[in-house]
Design a protein around this ligand. Structure first.
Ligand code: UDP
Length: 328
């Protein structure tokens, strides 16, 4: 059993990881300012509503719990919004991370798992993308995550912090046993928006049908949130056992186009997915697929979900728990 602080644990991926850490018998406390996350995602009695820039509250929390490690999710995640409000993204994501890193240094916490993103690669030269690919983000969001990765690299070299950064591809799905799922406000992600289109009949806009891909729509590597959570557990186990720092892609290594997602959703739900073809969304690379061999080999990770339909079905389960069965 270890004492773990999860920042951003009221959010989608953070809350799934929190539940898995608790199921493993760890003592978990969650820090979240609830600017995006939801208190109902956090098991009772574990939530501390604190912003990372509030250093005195952060100090109190760290002094009271003497954590063995931190899993750091707290961040804004909307690529489009980051282009409109870059200062806010740099202050919240990069600045918030630095404030956290300074605080844990003061309290002697020397292990951290960081939620990074495939957005650090920008428009990749080739897929699948290895971790050694050039890091050329095309949004303030991606840059803000890269800034934190850079800080972590130097803290590892200069002050002995040990960290694992996981570069997420497209998280989706939900764990029914925990009663939580993907809820963003506003929602920008494809799978929840497909369900919204099914429920409301208002067509989804497919962002671009003229990419250089087999069906003209963007290809992404969808990874189930429970598999992402298990990657965090594997990273933490490695760090707690004295393992070295490392950076890993977290994806399944299999890509699906937007139209393939729509088809899978139609099959899983048995309903027609209303959609229209629209223009490209700015900053969307044609294809993002992970080379996840490093994560598999080094940390012994393997995804439980390997089919798109199983992932879409899992997300559909949450949709129905949340809104009631569609069409009823
Ligand atoms: N997408 C789309 N219509 C939407 C939302 C998303 O066509 O209303 C596409 C988007 O262009 C991308 C894929 O779906 O190719 C996944 O987008 P999402 O926002 O879910 O994740 P991202 O790839 O931005 O991390």
């Amino acid at each position: 059993m270890a004492r773990i602080l999860v920042t951003g644990g009221a959010g989608y991926i953070g809350s799934h990881t929190t539940h898995y850490l608790l199921a493993r018998g760890h003592d978990v406390q969650v820090l979240d300012d609830l600017s995006k996350g939801y208190a109902h995602n956090v098991p009772k009695g574990r939530l501390h509503v604190v912003n990372l820039h509030d250093s005195s509250s952060l100090d109190q929390l760290l002094a009271a719990h003497r954590f063995d490690a931190v899993v750091h999710f707290a961040a804004f995640i909307a690529v489009g919004e980051s282009a409109r409000e870059p200062e806010r993204y740099f202050r919240n994501n990069a600045g918030g991370s630095l404030a956290l890193l300074e605080a844990i240094e003061r309290h002697g916490v020397r292990r951290l798992v960081f939620s990074s993103t495939a957005a650090v690669y920008g428009n990749p030269e080739r897929v699948p993308i290895p971790e050694s690919a050039p890091l050329l983000p095309v949004s303030p969001y991606g840059e803000s995550k890269l800034m934190t990765e850079t800080a972590l690299k130097w803290l590892d070299a200069c002050s002995g912090l040990r960290y694992v950064a996981l570069r997420y591809f497209n998280a989706c799905g939900a764990e029914a046993a925990f009663g939580i799922g993907e809820e963003h406000e506003p929602e920008t992600h494809l799978i929840p928006l497909v369900f919204r289109a099914i429920r409301t009949g208002v067509p989804l806009t497919v962002f671009g049908g003229d990419y250089a891909t087999p069906d003209g729509t963007c290809i992404r590597d969808y990874i189930h949130v429970s598999d992402l959570a298990s990657a965090h557990l594997a990273a933490l186990d490695s760090l707690l056992a004295g393992g070295a720092s490392g950076v890993f892609n977290a994806g399944t290594g299999r890509g699906y186009s937007v139209l393939e997602v729509l088809r899978a959703a139609g099959e899983v739900t048995g309903k027609k997915v209303p959609f229209v073809m629209g223009p490209r969304r700015e900053g969307d690379p044609a294809e993002l697929v992970a080379d996840s061999s490093k994560l598999r080999k080094t940390l012994g990770w393997a995804p439980q979900y390997d089919s798109l339909s199983a992932m879409v079905e899992s997300a559909w389960g949450f949709e129905n728990r949340r809104h009631g069965p569609a069409g009823t």
